[in-house]
Design a protein around this ligand. Structure first.
Ligand code: ZN
Length: 422
C-alpha cells in the first residue's frame, strides 16, 4: 500500500475536526474542493490543513483533541440531532479508487469551509458502522468519518502493481541482479561485472524494495574513473573528488576509523544488520554489496537501485580527520545540482528520505550532527531516479561496536517506516 498523503499527520487533525469543531474552522483554510474526489481539487487543496502554521491571524481555534471534549452539551446535542439516519452496519469496507474524499460530516461542503479531512486511496480499509445511499459512516483509529457510499465496497479491490513491484515480483528470493545495459545511465558505469542480491520478505509483504548500499568495497574501484554528472558538467562541491572535476573515482576505498578498522568493513556489517531489521517488517531488501568485494561502481549500484528498488540508502561514516564523534547526518543536494536532470525531478524525494532517516535515528537515540544535512555533489545523487540518500552514521572517531550498530540500524529501519508512511 502506498500512502500518498501524510495520513497519520492528518488523523491528528481529523480528531480536531470530528464533530462540530469543523464549524469553527471557517476562514482558516486556503483550499477549495470540487466534486467528491480530490482529483479535480486545486493545488492549495493538496496542502489543506496540513500545518497549523497556516492559522497565523489569531482567529483560528487551537485544533487539539481537547477542543472537542470541551464542546458544551448543547453543542453536542445539536450536532447529534443533525446527523441523518443510517442503517446500522458493522463490516470492513475498502476504498475502490484513488483520491476519495474522507469527510467530517455526511454532506458535501466545498470552498473555504470544506469538510474534507483527508483523501483515501484504492484499498484503504475502514470499519463501516452506518450506511445510507449517499454516505457511509466509517471509523478509523476510533475516529468517525463519512465517505460517499459509491466509493466503498466490502470487496477488497485488486491493487495495481507499481513498476518497482512488478519488477521485484519478477525476481526470486536470492536473485542476483546485475546491471542491464539497456537501463538509463548504465553506459556511464565502468565497473559492473558484479551482482546485487535481492532478499524477499517472507511475510507481511509490503511490496516495497529498499536498496541497501554498503559504501565502498570494490577492489580496483579507485583506479578507474567515471563521469560525475550525466551531462558531463563539473562537480559543484568538493568531497572525495574536488569541485570543478568532471570525473571521479568509480568507487573510493573509504576511510579507516581511528582504531584502524576499514570503513568498508563496518558499512557492510551495518548494511546486513539493516537488512535483518527490514525483512521481518515486510520490506524486500536489495543488497547492492553483499560481500567484502562487489564489482559494481557507484553508477552501477545507483542504476540497479533505480530499476529494482523503491529507494536507495548508502551507508557511510565520514572521513573528516576529527578525533571526536560528530554524530549522524545525510548528504543533501547542493543548489548547483538542482536544475540538472535527473536531480531536478528527484531531489525533493532524496531530502524527504534523508529527513525520515534522521528522524528515525533520533528516535533510536543516535546523536545527530548539528550541521545536518551537508550539501554534497555525489555521483549517487547525480544518477538517482528513486529516493536516494548517502547517510553518514558518524565519523572516523565514532564507536562502531555491535550495540552501537544495532541502535543505528534500528534508527534507519524506523526511518524507512517513516518515509513510506508505515
Ligand atoms: Zn564512505
Amino acid at each position: 500500500m502506498r500512502y500518498k498523503n501524510p495520513y497519520k499527520r492528518k488523523l491528528h487533525i481529523a480528531a480536531a475536526l470530528s464533530g462540530a469543531a469543523i464549524l469553527s474552522l471557517q476562514g482558516c483554510g486556503t483550499y477549495t474542493v470540487i466534486g467528491d474526489t480530490g482529483l479535480a481539487a486545486s493545488a492549495e487543496d493538496q496542502g489543506e490543513l496540513q500545518t497549523e502554521a497556516e492559522c497565523t491571524d489569531g482567529t483560528c481555534p487551537d485544533t487539539t483533541e481537547g477542543e472537542i471534549l470541551s464542546q458544551s452539551p448543547e453543542e453536542f446535542k445539536a450536532f447529534e440531532k443533525s446527523e441523518p439516519e443510517f442503517e446500522s452496519r458493522d463490516e470492513t469496507v475498502y476504498v475502490q479508487k484513488d483520491e476519495v474524499n474522507v469527510r467530517s460530516g455526511p454532506v458535501i461542503i466545498t470552498g473555504e469551509s470544506s469538510n474534507v479531512v483527508f483523501t483515501a486511496n484504492t484499498g484503504d480499509e475502514f470499519r463501516r458502522t452506518g450506511y445510507r445511499d449517499d454516505f457511509s459512516r466509517v471509523v478509523k483509529d476510533d475516529l468517525v468519518f463519512y465517505i460517499s457510499s459509491d466509493y466503498l465496497s466490502v470487496n477488497k479491490p485488486e491493487m495495481p502493481e507499481t513498476e518497482a513491484e512488478a519488477e521485484s515480483s519478477s525476481y526470486e528470493d536470492g536473485a542476483e541482479i546485475g546491471l542491464d545495459s539497456s537501463w538509463k545511465y548504465a553506459d556511464f558505469s565502468a565497473i559492473n561485472s558484479g551482482k546485487a542480491v535481492l532478499y524477499k520478505a517472507q511475510s507481511d509483504r509490503k511490496g516495497i524494495t529498499v536498496a541497501v548500499n554498503a559504501g565502498h568495497g570494490t577492489s580496483g574501484g579507485s583506479s578507474v574513473k567515471t563521469w560525475c554528472h550525466p551531462d558531463k558538467t563539473p562537480k559543484v562541491t568538493g568531497g572525495t573528488t574536488s569541485a570543478g572535476s568532471t570525473k571521479a573515482v568509480a568507487v573510493s576505498t573509504g576511510m579507516n576509523f581511528n582504531d584502524g578498522t576499514p570503513e568498508a568493513k563496518v558499512t557492510l556489517k551495518a548494511a546486513k544488520m539493516l537488512k535483518d531489521k527490514l525483512l521481518p517488517k515486510g520490506y524486500d531488501v536489495l543488497m547492492l554489496r553483499d560481500g567484502d568485494d562487489v564489482q559494481l561502481d557507484n553508477v552501477a549500484r545507483t542504476v540497479i537501485a533505480n530499476n529494482a528498488a523503491d529507494c536507495h540508502i548508502a551507508i557511510h561514516w565520514d572521513g573528516d580527520g576529527l578525533s571526536s564523534d560528530k554524530g549522524c547526518f545525510y548528504m543533501s543536494t547542493p543548489d548547483g545540482l538542482k536544475s540538472m536532470e535527473p536531480v531536478a525531478s528527484n531531489w525533493q524525494k532524496h531530502h524527504a528520505l534523508g529527513d525520515s532517516l534522521i528522524s528515525g535515528l533520533k528516535e533510536s537515540g543516535a546523536k545527530i550532527w548539528g550541521s545536518n544535512p551537508l550539501p554534497m555533489d555525489l555521483t549517487q545523487t547525480s544518477f538517482s531516479t528513486v529516493a536516494s540518500v548517502d547517510i553518514e552514521l558518524g565519523n572516523q572517531a565514532s564507536d562502531h561496536s555491535d550495540s552501537t550498530l544495532d541502535r543505528l540500524t534500528e534508527g534507519l529501519s524506523r526511518g524507512v517506516d517513516i518515509y513510506f508512511g508505515q
